[in-house]
Design a protein around this ligand. Structure first.
Ligand code: TXA
Ligand code: MG
Length: 339
């Protein structure tokens, strides 16, 4: 069932329905400001197991626990560093997940039996009200099957998980559009495990030294870091070109009919014509680009694209998270070289 929350009466009804299901140990797909999440009572291992089953998610990939504020976050943490306080004050509610030492109330299944837990206070009125009303934190991965692009609308959730989910809350398109920044503050200096729209310069301005990635991909510490993780079905390439002639020459080399090639350009790159399957103009601001990216990838998949050509974005910090998601979704580097 899908419930909309366009007015107060709908919001209240959806809230009560979601609370009832969650209290009964069932999962509910909920909106957050980043992407839709598949939520379950984080303190109930059987409810969390259901989320892993629905997503077909490997048990080694830990879930983010969503809280309604710093007090609930502290309950989930064995040690809450001063830096976490500072970051929570500045960026919560918002698209920042803090990885800290976990407390004993967090079951093994949530953290993949690891010693840390990822905590996030989402900036969405429904998610916030829901966690407060439940009184327990919600473990919520993105509401898609494992390895698919994250859902940014309720329709995407329904496409991915279908009738498996007892309830999907429809709050319209997600405001941020890509997943939260994951920052490990359990060690010093803090380390960005997954870039998001809160970028490393903003974190450095707040807490000083922050390092980027470098985590070993093979140990599954943050499988979101694995290269092939957020992928559409079509092959995705990230290219630069001087003019339409060069683009056409490059696309011919793919050996795919032009009508099965979709081109995602940015508004500031000027008009483009050609007999491609689709030419879509994406916004030139990183925030708006991020907001539309996943639904554009899904649109191309639905239209049967075999190749999606994405025009390489700028290389400034605001675009790091977008570069990250594009690179993961691609089978070749920015210049067409192998990854
Ligand atoms: O924006 C988001 O973060 C969304 C919304 C629903 O909140 N959630 C999300 O969850 O993207 P998920 O499960 O699709 O991605 C969570 C990422 C994974 O890469 C996971 O490995 C990492 O966070 N993660 C979770 N707990 C961790 C931990 N204790 N240590 C390291 N990485 C962790
Ligand atoms: Mg995910």
């Amino acid at each position: 069932m899908i419930l909309r929350i366009d007015n107060t009466a709908q919001f209240e009804f959806a809230l009560q329905s979601a609370v009832e299901l969650l209290r009964a140990g069932r999962p509910v797909a909920i909106p957050t400001e980043t992407v839709y999440g598949l939520a379950a009572n984080a303190l109930d291992p059987r409810a969390v197991a259901e989320v892993f089953r629905m997503k077909k998610r490997p048990a080694a990939n830990p879930l983010i626990v969503h809280v309604s504020g710093s007090a609930m976050a502290r309950d989930c943490a064995r040690h809450w560093p001063a830096i976490a306080d500072k970051l929570a004050a500045e960026f919560w509610p918002g698209p920042l997940t803090l990885v800290v030492q976990r407390s004993s109330i967090v079951p093994d299944i949530v953290t993949a039996a690891g010693p840390t837990v990822g905590l996030r206070f989402p900036a969405h009125p429904f998610a916030e009200a829901l966690i407060r009303e439940c009184g327990f934190p919600l473990a919520a991965p993105s509401a898609n099957r494992s390895m698919e692009v994250s859902p940014t609308t309720a329709a995407h959730v329904a496409e991915s998980l279908g009738d498996d989910v007892p309830l999907i809350i429809d709050a319209g398109p997600a405001r941020i559009g890509i997943e939260s920044t994951v920052l490990d503050v359990s060690e010093s200096p803090p380390r960005v495990l997954r870039p998001g729209m809160i970028h490393i310069d903003q974190l450095r301005r707040s807490i000083g030294d922050v390092i980027f990635g470098g985590a070993d991909e093979s140990n599954l510490r943050s499988p979101g870091l694995l290269r092939k993780h957020y992928a559409p079905r079509a092959r995705l390439v990230i290219w630069r070109w001087q003019d339409a002639t060069e683009l056409l020459a490059k696309t011919r080399e793919l050996g795919v009919p032009l009508n099965a090639i979709h081109i995602l350009i940015r508004q500031d790159s000027g008009p483009l014509m050609g007999s491609f399957g689709r030419i879509e103009c994406l916004p030139e601001e990183p925030e708006a680009f991020a907001r539309s990216l996943y639904s554009e990838l899904r649109k191309s998949d639905a239209a049967g694209a075999r190749v999606i050509v994405v025009e390489a974005p700028p290389e400034t910090p605001e675009w790091t998270a977008i570069w990250d998601r594009l690179t993961r979704a691609s089978t070749s580097g920015p210049d067409g070289s192998a990854p």
